[in-house]
Design a protein around this ligand. Sequence first.
Ligand code: AMP
Length: 118
Amino acid sequence: MCLFCKIINREIPSNAVAENEEFYAFHDINPKAPVHVLIIPKTHYDSFDDIPSDAMGKMATFMQEVARELGINQSGYRIISNIGEDGGQEVKHLHFHLLGGAKLHWGHLADSDPKDFF
Ligand code: AMP
């Protein structure tokens, strides 16, 4: 069973933010912003590339609700999903990073150029 499936099953502790029958939101253990929450489906999909559109639609609604509950929907936020090897995905269970609570930098992409990657 993968790490996030164990978190859903409460075999590994986590700091809950919101939950319903299909989705779970919890604080990232290594936050990169004042608000850094992970949002996951309770059904295991390896990544964003595998989730069906109907489930993704419900997940989008859940993510909007979480942003509202955290009080960052007006100030703004960023959603990131790393996918596979090139995307830098470490945990192979679909998750969205919900980041906010301050004006976010664009990180290493700010000054990068496509040719820098080769
Ligand atoms: P990614 O690189 O997109 O796969 O992101 C995985 C994220 O999971 C990282 O931001 C980690 O800090 C986070 N993470 C790993 N283990 C835990 C855990 N036990 N509880 C909360 N967040 C975790």
